[in-house]
Design a binder for this molecule. Sequence first.
Ligand SMILES: C[S@@+](CC[C@H](N)C(=O)[O-])C[C@H]1O[C@@H](n2cnc3c(N)ncnc32)[C@H](O)[C@@H]1O
Length: 578
Amino acid sequence: MNACLRDLATTGDYDQTEQWALLDRAPTTCHQHHRRFSLTPAISTVHSPSKPRHHPPPSWPLLPPPPPPPPPPRKGYFPKRNEVLELTCEGLAFKGKGVCKVDGSTFVLLCDGALPGERLLARVRRIRRGAFAEAAKLRTLEPHLDAVDAPCPLAADCGGCKTQSLAYDAQIRHKYLQVRELLVNFGKFDPRKLESSEPDAILKPIVPCDEIFRYRNKMEFSFGTKRWMQREWKEEKDDEVVKEEKTGGDVYSLGLHAPGFFDKVLHVEKCLLQSEPADKVLAIVQETWLDPALGLTPYDVHKHVGFLKHLMIRTGRNVNTGTPEVMVNFVTSCYKPELLEPLVNKITKIPEVVSIMNNVNTSVGNTSVGEEEYTLYGKPTITEMLRGLTFQISANSFFQTNTKQADVLYKLIGESAGLKGDGSETILDLFCGTGTIGLTLARRAKHVYGYEVVPEAIADAKKNAKLNSINNATFVQGDLNKINETFGKEFPKPDIIISDPNRPGMHMKLIKWLLEVKAPRIVYVSCNPATCARDLDYLCHGVEDKDLKGCYELKTVIPVDMFPHTPHIECICVLELC
Ligand SMILES: C[S@@+](CC[C@H](N)C(=O)[O-])C[C@H]1O[C@@H](n2cnc3c(N)ncnc32)[C@H](O)[C@@H]1O
């Protein structure tokens, strides 16, 4: 592998999963960026294949016995496309793919659905630049060590809850390990300082979720013309087809997109991630919409005909009573409220439903944001509370999807900001979205300045400030990837900078500006530990080829699990000016 991993992370040439998996094949010195620490193995082995196992042998009543696996390849071996291999999964990469190897080989094969400790049969699908391969799981040979029964019968097919059959303790242990390895390998932080037994250890224990089901306040289901029933991996195929889909033919469906398919929809009757009232809504829509007498048709993404596109269900809270309030949003290809009336009449019988909206989206794209929005029942917004503040949520506004854990996250961000509380400090809230972080801190600050690229989010942030009678917050729309020398002239030097970028992390222009402005403290909130580790490295160790000197010390990193059963990891990192 020739390219520097850090460049790959910046350019997005490889996705993060691939970059991470590549690390244990990477040269130990990057000539451009001079690694300070030798690379530790990127994947922490959680199971030695030679250890005895205590699981009963699996049974596959519906499948013929698997063919004997080929003899294990030796070290230095390189897989061939379509080869069937016996693999051991050693860890999880960032998007939840299993990091697998054949016994005695160091070659990495990424395999969707493989869980740490599992032995499996897989077919090699793609060799990526000769550096690693992607493999499709055929079947489990021996289950993983922390196996639990997935409560959702669709967990294996849906793609939303990739790790539901992994005990929650193991899920968060692997998330923690991913953060640690990325901080060492991408961030070049000394593993001894990250994890020492002293109280000043940088990497803190991962904060788990108290509620690991029913935690999502928003789910978006799609209507489709092709129902996805199940998928089955084929073993004995001499052609290039390794995957067969068993569809129910052109049967209408309402549910979640089958992983990797924009036109096939897995029929979902209930979802254990959404609230119980939201499940009631889904059940009523499911038992009603297929009645031929109603003349409701799903939108066909190939022919661009049909009416129903998406069903979005959001759950908030009445700020006075604390009881759930539900918004249902039908996204349709045109405005025909009379067609939705039978559904509306039934849904309104659910007491928690306070709002039914209709977003009309005439475009051929897959988005759920309509060009026009109509209120079919009740009010156009619902409310939610976060850190004692009230937020009004419309069908299309952004809001943290796990309210309870967002409260925990924001509390930790507040503590990490280390405000004196005397109202003397200026906070800069970069990538502020609808202003939630800045607003939760505003009461203890002199002034909050928020920056965000989406104009609607800025409008919501201003509304939220007003709703909570916060007068010391200014929200500005702007693209933080395109800042120039005028950036920073319109606000005083910040005492604390909060930066919460989305997955690609911060642009080099912003890194450069941060290194120039030298705020005493930065709280970096990240939903992608790979780009987070890269940006922390830049801020602490500098960027040699841009002639930028790092001037921050990494004080703490707190991983927070916001989304159990998914590969997502949030981190709160505190940097102090050296
Ligand atoms: C992870 S969200 C954080 C939102 C907010 N801090 C919160 O906690 O709800 C990242 C935000 O960055 C915004 N964003 C993405 N790229 C941006 C850019 N180039 N300039 C400014 N904002 C951007 C997105 O629209 C999104 O609102």
